[in-house]
Design a protein around this ligand. Structure first.
Ligand code: AMP
Length: 210
């Protein structure tokens, strides 16, 4: 399975990616996670950290380089799920080149749709568990009782002002990906509202794997 998961920030991409990867036994390639790891261990240049903190898009060559390097790893040879990449048509074109060079093709591009008024709220209440990486929402899917609040992380770019910038970046650039993949006959759209387990069922049905 070679998949791309597309959706605005707060659509539930990260949550659904983890479930799909487990189901298909493929790695999740999240450029956001890779960049955050680089920020944490101090290997990411300060100007790129600043772009991320403001909710802008980092330069194409940075994210394309991260994905190209991962494609060489053993765990990616049987498939992968791309989460947060590509975000623009030039990135999609670059991805097309990387796939072609390896003789690979995509099985599908799944778009998770969520009305914009819900997105801001979802991102603002989002917390991830520092040790397990599990994603919670303080309002809709809170962590289990007894969870130490110090173990919950609120992403630096999940603050209201930045969330608005990220949504604008999505509308301005990433939305153009949808007609690109639709024209290639790869795009499937799924309603991202409601219980996460229901959304997973919709995704599996869209992929013909229910
Ligand atoms: P995410 O976790 O996917 O929301 O990504 C967090 C941040 O990392 C984004 O707001 C961007 O600053 C940066 N980023 C992640 N993936 C990409 C990408 N494909 N192109 C450009 N910037 C990216």
């Amino acid at each position: 399975m070679r998949l791309i998961l597309v959706g605005p920030p707060g659509a539930g991409k990260g949550t659904q990616a983890k479930v799909l990867c487990q189901r298909f036994g493929i790695p999740q390639l999240s450029t956001g996670d890779m960049l955050r790891a680089g920020k944490k261990n101090g290997t990411l240049p300060a100007e790129i950290v600043a772009v991320m903190t403001n909710g802008g898009l980092v330069p194409d060559e940075v994210v394309i380089g991260l994905i190209d390097a991962r494609f060489g790893d053993a765990d990616c040879q049987q498939g992968f799920l791309l989460d947060g990449f590509p975000r623009t048509v030039p990135q999609a074109e670059a991805l097309g080149g990387l796939l072609k060079a390896r003789g690979w093709a995509l099985d599908g591009v799944v778009q998770i749709d969520v009305p914009s008024e819900l997105l801001e709220e979802r991102a603002i209440y989002r917390r991830s568990h520092k040790k397990t990486g599990q994603i919670f929402n303080l309002k809709y899917s809170p962590p289990p009782p007894g969870t130490d609040p110090a173990d919950l992380e609120h992403r630096a770019d999940d603050q209201p002002e930045t969330v608005r910038n990220r949504l604008a970046a999505y509308e301005g650039m990433t939305a153009a990906l949808l007609p690109y993949y639709d024209a290639a006959g790869l795009l499937k759209r799924v309603d991202g509202q409601g219980d996460p387990a229901e959304v997973t069922d919709r995704l599996l049905r869209a992929l013909g794997k229910a």
